[in-house]
Ligand binder design. Structure first.
Ligand code: SF4
Length: 290
């Protein structure tokens, strides 16, 4: 269910019928039990906030627990996920123990703020549907807020349908384990996709690596190249393909996990094709013999 508020309703001096306010309070209360938390203050994460203007547009962030809110088949889960390392790991663990109301939280943010939804965790799991709806309602009620996030559950039809139902001021990026899935994700309808690439130092790009990535049709994340934060860039909230250098202290584990996933998918494809060939051969035997 969705509600649409006329912006004029919030003007000072307007009066609202009691039953409407009761309805609104009840409606908002349904989002009380979303797992995770939203930051009370603007983010101080150097990758997210503006590197050019520390007093510029503030970014607020949501952290959710890794695991419970993630697709269980994510190749990086417990195998090099950046959110299971460093400071983000501390926040995601806290997110495991807390619940919050994302809509109330968003309604309290300053005019024009940016929201980085689920810096850790994802949009699925037990409360996934509620959390997804909360994102939709938040940005519908606050058209001035701009948000973005990523999901590893991009190949689930219900996740795509939800992402496509969102208002223009929030964008969900399909986060791919394998760059080869780029065409498939775009053909499904994802307008912004992200994938990881392996670079020499596993932290960022040299100029030749950046050029090669661009030549392959992907934007090397500027925050991994120059002094730019998401608030300056916002490429992830527009159409396109972003490439992240596998990053974080667990990048070696992540590289191995992604390589393992690619090998097992390749093996699966080969086995499927063998099965198909042998089935086709068996079925064609009588015809050949006739
Ligand atoms: S491409 Fe831009 S918006 Fe996306 S993560 Fe990198 S800096 Fe942030």
């Amino acid at each position: 269910m969705s509600i649409h508020l006329d912006a004029g309703l919030s003007r000072a001096g307007d009066t609202l019928p009691d039953d409407f306010l009761t309805y609104l309070a009840d409606y908002l209360a349904r989002f009380n039990s979303c797992a995770g938390f939203g930051t009370k203050n603007r983010s101080r994460n150097v990758k997210i906030e503006s590197m050019r203007d520390p007093k510029g547009i503030p970014v607020y962030a949501v952290y959710r627990a890794v695991g419970g809110s993630c697709p269980p088949d994510c190749a990086l889960l417990d195998a090099g996920c950046y959110a299971q390392q460093g400071n983000v790991n501390i926040h995601q663990k806290r997110g495991n123990a807390e619940t919050f109301n994302p809509v109330r939280w968003a309604l309290g943010l300053p005019q024009g703020a940016l929201i980085r939804w689920n810096v850790s965790g994802d949009v699925v799991g037990a409360d996934g549907a509620l959390y997804r709806e909360a994102i939709r309602v938040s940005h519908t009620l606050r058209p001035d807020l701009r948000g973005w996030s990523y999901t590893h559950a991009w190949d689930r039809p219900e996740i795509l349908a939800w992402a496509q139902s969102l208002p223009d001021n929030v964008r969900i990026v399909a986060s791919l384990d394998d760059p080869k899935d780029k065409d498939r994700a775009q053909a499904m309808g994802w307008r912004t996709v992200a994938h990881v690439v392996e670079t020499a130092d596993g932290k960022g790009y040299t100029d030749p690596e950046a050029r090669e990535t661009r030549a392959g049709g992907s934007l090397p994340c500027p925050a991994q190249r120059v002094d730019v934060g998401c608030a300056d860039c916002l490429a992830c909230s527009r159409d396109g393909v972003i490439a992240f250098a596998v990053h974080g202290p667990g990048q070696r584990t992540a590289r191995k996990a992604l390589a393992k996933r690619r090998r097992s998918e390749k093996k699966e494809r080969a086995e499927r094709s063998d099965r198909f060939r042998s089935l086709a051969a068996r079925r064609s035997l009588p015809t050949i013999g006739a």
